[in-house]
Design a protein. Structure first.
Length: 176
């Protein structure tokens, strides 16, 4: 059977199946930008970091097992974000709001104020705790995936998560 020109299954397969980098990009770009934005506080910088990570992953993709490609990309994004944070440590991080739908302007103002407080509290955490919490709750990763993304043992990742959550609970107790 011959596929017709414009057949969506044919073009989709050609767009992603033949190019593993494109498939990785289509399925994971948005979530990687979301995680990097939460870490960096700057959407444009996050996009740059993620694009740089895709470039570096492309060079090594042939040597990475198919099942490990997402974890490899995630680790590249985390490393690039960590490097960016180190380079711009002197500059103040500007919080970026997570887009959510709200019922009214009052609700939006309250939500924005609460998000600003949460992001400011995240900023005060040590880098590893912040990275673990962002991957766990913004990136929606499991504890083992967080550990893998940061190159940590599972126990170390859980310790950073627990300590980070305890620090946030102390700081944000009134928001609960």
């Amino acid at each position: 059977m011959m596929a017709k020109v414009g057949d969506p299954t044919r073009s989709e397969a050609a767009a992603t199946g033949d190019d593993p980098l494109r498939a990785l990009f289509v399925s994971h770009y948005a979530s990687m930008v979301r995680v990097a934005t939460a870490l960096l506080g700057d959407a444009a910088a996050a996009e740059d970091v993620v694009q740089d990570a895709f470039v570096s992953v492309d060079r090594a993709l042939a040597g990475v097992a198919e099942g490990a490609r997402v974890a490899y990309l995630r680790q590249a994004v985390m490393n690039a974000a960590r490097s960016r944070i180190r380079r711009t440590r002197a500059a103040k991080r500007q919080p970026v709001l997570v887009r959510t739908s709200v019922a009214s302007f009052e609700d939006a103002a309250i939500r924005r104020d609460e998000q600003d407080v949460v992001l400011a509290a995240l900023d005060r955490l040590p880098l590893r705790q912040r990275q673990c919490l962002v991957l766990r709750y913004y990136g929606e990763l499991s504890d083992p995936e967080v550990a893998d993304a940061l190159g940590l043992s599972l126990g170390t990742a859980k310790t950073h998560l627990r300590r980070g959550l305890a620090a946030l609970q102390d700081t944000l107790g009134a928001l609960r």
